[in-house]
Ligand binder design. Sequence first.
Ligand SMILES: [Zn+2]
Length: 203
Amino acid sequence: MVNRLNAYGGYVAELAEWPGIGDEDLLVAVANTAHGEQGEQDELADAAGMRTWWSGLGLGLPAGADPRRPDAAEGLAMLRALRAVIRGLALRNNGVDTELDTAVLDGLTLRLDLRGAPSLRADGPADLVRDVGAATVTALLRACARPGWPRLKACRGEDCRWVYVDASRNASRRWCDMAACGNRAKSASFRRRHRVGDPTTST
Ligand SMILES: [Zn+2]
């Protein structure tokens, strides 16, 4: 396993299976596979979309994976559930409490993998979706045990929820982008506070 120093000064462990991507990088990549206000663009909607997304990361297939093997639909459902869990945890790191549903993940069976640094791999035949799922769980467990974990955040914008690593000096970044989400939220709360006739208006 390779450790490299990242932008916020914490160590990011790289995945043995896919050297070149750090734990937080993978978590951010998986979390942001759905975009749009209603999540209408979903790169994990089907196996073909998932493979296109993954090849865009330039990481290749896991050792032993058969590229012709069709990825099981339940694997995609689990990866989407894992994505929601990462987003929810990242949102909690940004001070927004949220429910987490892990029921779909009950079907994800993992084995301890001691071929390199101890990690987890999907039980059963190699399949890209489930291998990425196992790597994501490994990344999550390692990342949340490191001091930099609270910096993995989801944007507070209600129709955004973009996941990012807060590299600000005092870890105070609440929005993916102040120019877009930050200002939109500020003007919404300004409108709320300055509503005509609102008795709670104090400033
Ligand atoms: Zn945002």
